[in-house]
Design a protein around this ligand. Structure first.
Ligand SMILES: *[C@@H]1O[C@H](CO)[C@@H](O)[C@H](O)[C@H]1NC(C)=O
Length: 174
């Protein structure tokens, strides 16, 4: 009898799992359909959290989980520790991502970083001249290849979004 109820339990459990289908989590669906499905499920608090990007210094598992934070940024100089290794960066991002994944809708957060002249927050990264210096080369192909090299190093630290290159257009405040 005990075994029979276990089998019944398993059957019911797997049936429930099959019917828990969320359009927004299905990558084979049309993007617009997924967006509409997700938006109609979201509370106001979840929407506010998703539109918020906070600095790494104030981010932790609980803050991300409790406020549904959509994005975290490492601004200039914002590293998890001095001379942090690639592993330390990856572990920090995994830990923060875990706080996003346990939320009701399981929306992953986006980690962002200023990588304006190479992956400049990261110890040991290749450092390139600042954007004004790159502009002076008048060599778009070289600048593109520098961007690709920087993107590779950013990705290696577990980050998928960075703020660069920057077009620092000169302005005359008068
Ligand atoms: C997370 O950050 C908040 C706000 O700074 C703080 O109140 C809380 O104690 C922190 N929690 C942990 C587990 O560090």
């Amino acid at each position: 009898m005990g075994r029979l109820s276990s089998i019944l339990f398993c059957l019911i459990f797997s049936t429930t799992a099959v019917f828990a289908y969320d359009v927004y989590k299905d990558h084979t669906q049309d993007v617009e359909a997924r967006v509409q499905d997700l938006l109609k499920r979201m509370t106001l608090a979840e929407k506010i959290g998703q539109m918020t990007q906070i600095e790494r210094i104030v981010a932790n598992y609980s803050v991300i989980k409790d406020y549904y934070i959509g994005s975290i940024i490492s601004g200039g100089g914002s590293a998890p520790e001095p001379k942090a290794s690639v592993d330390t960066w990856q572990n920090m991002i995994d830990y923060l991502q875990a706080g996003a994944i346990v939320t009701r809708l399981q929306i992953p957060m986006i980690y962002a970083i200023d990588a304006v002249h190479g992956h400049n927050n990261v110890y040991g990264a290749v450092i390139f001249p600042h954007n004004i210096g790159l502009g002076c080369t008048r060599d778009p192909d070289l600048v593109k290849r520098i961007g690709a090299a920087t993107a590779l190093e950013v990705r290696a630290t577990g980050i998928s979004y960075f703020f660069a290159p920057c077009i620092a257009a000169c302005r005359d405040p008068r």
